[in-house]
Design a protein around this ligand. Structure first.
Ligand SMILES: NC(=O)c1ccc[n+]([C@@H]2O[C@H](COP(=O)([O-])OP(=O)(O)OC[C@H]3O[C@@H](n4cnc5c(N)ncnc54)[C@H](OP(=O)(O)O)[C@@H]3O)[C@@H](O)[C@H]2O)c1
Length: 274
């Protein structure tokens, strides 16, 4: 018996070791990067520019930083960083991001959502308002945006991948992290549900969970020495760099990625010791 789902040309190709190892598979493709002006997101935008993709970097309100990142990256790498501004907690802003990204080629080919709020509140003074605020940015906005982008890609028959940014704190339990970690853990579950709902479709969705990285919102706490004991005790050899995260996100952004509904912990092993 021969499966009708195995193409004869694929069998012949594999026998001839004619593997399809295309590099730059995102060249010319539009990738929406909400939070692409931040410490980690800007490194993915750099990687996309180097690959000749079309990055559309979103930010909430810090236009000065966004313009500075855009001009630095364009002068170093060439290409254009398209900027889109607005607070993704608002539905009309999510629609605006979609429209801005789709206007370049008529479709969005992928998305990596770096939007997040460190939501630092000690557990003993945590209020309902604190939790609601953290949920709004760390869970609700990325989930609803992913849903909108994924549904648009499926409707337009675009094959591509979405990546959501959680945290090692959403995977492993760290003390005093309730306000930040719980919505980040919920994001991982939403990712699995979305992947299941979209199974058999052209869109994959996955999560990258960074550890203690020297850039972005963790820079000050990492610099303060809070995580030094993990290196001193040999749990990790070093802190994370933005390139560690960008490479993992890029890997999962592959247009025909054969991975969906998964979480990739990029923490050098720190979460194993938490
Ligand atoms: N840095 C780390 O080591 C680390 C570790 C674990 C997880 N993470 C996660 O990785 C992601 C990226 O972190 P990062 O360190 O790069 O953050 P970051 O430097 O603080 O940058 C955050 C980016 O998101 C934008 N943003 C924030 N809230 C927004 C909103 N409501 N609507 C639209 N844009 C919004 C910011 O725009 P403005 O500049 O205009 O505010 C900025 O572009 C986050 O989800 C974070 O939780 C980071």
């Amino acid at each position: 018996m021969v499966s009708r789902f195995v193409k004869p040309e694929d069998r012949a190709r594999v026998e001839d070791v004619r593997f399809q190892l295309a590099s730059r598979s995102l060249a010319g493709k539009v990738v929406l990067v909400p939070g692409g002006t931040g410490g980690l997101g800007s490194c993915l935008v750099a990687l996309l520019l180097a690959e000749r993709a079309v990055p559309v970097a979103g930010y909430r309100s810090n236009r000065e930083r966004a313009e500075r990142i855009k001009s630095l990256l364009e002068s170093k790498l060439g290409g254009t960083v398209h900027l889109v501004e607005g607070d993704l907690r608002e539905e009309h802003v999510r629609r605006h991001y979609l429209a801005e990204a789709a206007r370049h080629t008529g479709s969005i080919d992928g998305m990596a959502c770096f939007v997040g709020d460190p939501a630092r509140v000690p557990s003993d003074s945590l209020t309902a308002d604190d939790l609601a605020r953290s949920c709004a940015t760390n869970f609700i906005a990325p989930v609803l945006l992913a849903k909108a982008v994924g549904e648009q890609m499926i409707a337009r028959k675009v094959s591509g991948s979405l990546v959501l940014l959680s945290s090692m704190q959403g995977v492993a339990a760290f003390e005093n992290s309730l306000n930040y970690a719980a919505p980040k853990a919920a994001l991982i579950h939403a990712n699995r549900v979305l992947a299941k709902e979209w199974s058999g479709q052209s869109v994959q969705v996955n999560v990258v969970a960074p550890g203690a990285t020297v850039a972005g919102m963790a820079a000050s706490s990492v610099s303060s020495g809070k995580y030094d004991r993990y290196i001193e005790q040999g749990a990790v050899s070093r802190f994370g760099q933005p390139e560690d995260i960008a490479r993992a996100v890029r890997f999962l952004l592959e247009p025909d990625c054969y991975i969906t509904g998964q979480v990739l912990l990029v923490d050098g092993g720190m979460g194993l010791r938490a």
